[in-house]
Design a protein around this ligand. Structure first.
Ligand code: 1VU
Ligand SMILES: O=CC(=O)O
Ligand code: MG
Length: 352
């Protein structure tokens, strides 16, 4: 037997560590906003970011220079104490360095021991397989016990290696700490030897071409989505495990239109949210990962047409049944969650 028995799966991994969660807390996580915590000027904006974003993340990994890793760790701990995250209803996460780096152990131990009460989620990069989650799980349980934490810290893995991709279901199922998985298109592209220098989005050379025209005129061609398979597979793995899928970084900060399209594709395929690297991407994510008022109104008409969720109904010429009731419930539940945080959208969802 290579897996824990069902009863043992939910036992704490260290004496004195909090009980693992059986159900994930239901939280609005439309965007995970990345902050470089070693920069005093940007760190000073954290309270402002916490007003705007659903989740604020102190990034300790890539994009933080090697000689600023200690300062970033100090800054992350300071961020944890800057505001009362739980009272505010904004998630506080940190992306730590990879397990094989010289920084992982100190990143995790200091975060858990010094900011563990504030920290909701540790984002683990370059996860290769369930063994990475198991190692971090045991280590964090020891630290939680030492810190006397009452609430377990959750894990979020980044899908950014070919091996991680091959084992994505096992990663998603590895621990009750698993909260979700994000696509890491930059590292994944490099690991797969994809020929691109872009961070997410499409590529003008990745396309299909129409058959030749008899008159020799120019053939139509259309760009394709190089991330479709990966996102769809990640969503399936996450939903299999009852956790959440997220799109990751979109690197062309100036191209808000392409960013919005990439986010929208992820939203439609089942992702709960995305990363925002720059303040301008917070608004894009908010727009995309909140359901559109028209969709919400139609979804609520479906729910009203079939109050017990069974049977068949016709709405505007479209057949509705138990399955579309479930689709409608996904949209309506998300709208309820958004409404708790966003009075403007709550009004738009309620308007006739
Ligand atoms: C690709 C694989 C990955 O791992 S992605 C994740 C790792 N990368 C990151 O975390 C990058 C995070 N973002 C950043 O560092 C910056 O946004 C980058 C991309 C460098 C652009 O910064 P900069 O050239 O200053 O942009 P800007 O002049 O347009 O900034 C306008 C004002 O906004 C601020 N700002 C910028 N980014 C953030 C942020 N992430 N959070 C909070 N504030 C941010 C800037 O400081 C600037 O402020 P001000 O107007 O000067 O007061
Ligand atoms: O960490 C994110 C990525 O795209 O790589
Ligand atoms: Mg990466």
């Amino acid at each position: 037997m290579s897996q824990k028995t069902p009863r043992n799966f939910f036992k704490p991994l260290a004496i004195g560590a909090p009980d693992p969660m059986r159900e994930l807390p239901i939280r609005l996580e439309r965007m995970i906003h990345f902050v470089p915590p070693h920069l005093d000027k940007v760190r000073a904006k954290v309270p402002q970011m916490a007003d705007q974003a659903d989740v604020v993340l102190a990034n300790l990994e890539d994009a933080i220079p090697a000689d600023a890793k200690d300062a970033a760790r100090d800054g992350a701990i300071e961020m944890g104490k800057m505001i009362d995250w739980q009272a505010k209803g904004t998630g506080f996460w940190s992306r730590v360095n990879p397990l094989n780096s010289p920084w992982f152990q100190e990143d995790v131990s200091r975060l858990v021991l010094e900011a563990g009460e504030q920290l909701d989620v540790i984002m683990l990069p370059k996860v290769e397989g369930p063994w990475d989650i198991h190692f971090a799980d045991q280590y964090v349980a020891q630290l939680e016990a030492k810190a006397g934490l009452k609430r377990p810290i959750l894990f979020h893995a980044i899908l950014e290696t070919a091996q991680g991709m091959a084992l994505v279901e096992e990663i998603a199922l590895a621990s009750p700490r698993m909260q979700g998985i994000s696509l890491g298109p930059a590292d994944l592209a490099a690991d797969r030897k994809m020929k691109t220098t872009r961070v997410g989005g499409g590529h003008p050379y990745y396309r299909v071409v129409d058959d030749p025209n008899e008159d020799g005129s120019k053939r139509e061609s259309a760009q394709q989505d190089p991330w479709h398979y990966t996102i769809a597979r990640m969503v399936d793995a996450c939903r299999l495990a009852g956790i959440n899928a997220f799109y990751g970084p979109f690197g062309d900060i100036a191209d808000s239109e392409a960013c919005e399209q990439q986010f929208r594709n992820a939203f439609l395929l089942g992702c709960s949210g995305t990363w925002s690297l720059h303040p301008s991407q917070i608004e894009i994510a908010k727009r995309v990962f909140s359901p559109a008022p028209d969709e919400v109104k139609f979804a609520r008409r479906i729910l009203e047409a079939m109050p017990d969720g069974t049977g068949v109904a016709m709405l505007d010429g479209k057949m509705q049944d138990d399955a579309t009731w479930k689709q409608a419930k996904v949209i309506s539940d998300l709208a309820d969650l958004v409404s708790e945080k966003d009075p403007e959208l709550a009004k738009a969802y309620a308007a006739d």
